[in-house]
Design a protein. Structure first.
Length: 116
């Protein structure tokens, strides 16, 4: 089943990554998905605990790994949360966390459609 992704996404960069990774691409995708789910859970926990450091430490790798997959939607929200956390200003950004989770879930569906 083919699923499209309508967010900010560089399909050419994605296809280059797919080609470079070859047979390891499926594992790379699965690792990204699993790690991202963990990072998002930590971000949510950080918000629930008003713990900016926890948000920062989870948002940074989520940003970086999402950029590897050329998913700018997830990366840019993670970057916004990371910057806010570095400045200890996460209060009032709960909607951003919801958006992050939504964009990630949309991208996850696309990724899952791209692996065997």
């Amino acid at each position: 089943m083919s699923v499209s992704y309508d967010g900010q996404f560089d399909i050419d960069q994605f296809n280059s990554l797919k080609e470079i990774m070859g047979s390891k691409f499926d594992l790379f995708v699965q690792t990204y998905i699993s790690g991202s789910e963990d990072y998002i859970a930590e971000i949510k926990k950080g918000f629930a605990e008003s713990n900016a450091k926890k948000v920062e430490y989870a948002a940074h790798p989520l940003k970086s790994s999402s950029r590897q997959f050329s998913c700018e939607d997830v990366a840019s929200i993670a970057e916004k949360l990371e910057i806010a956390a570095v400045n200890n200003q996460i209060e009032g950004l709960e909607n951003e966390v919801d958006d992050l989770e939504k964009k990630f879930e949309e991208f996850k569906l696309y990724l899952e459609s791209q692996i065997a």
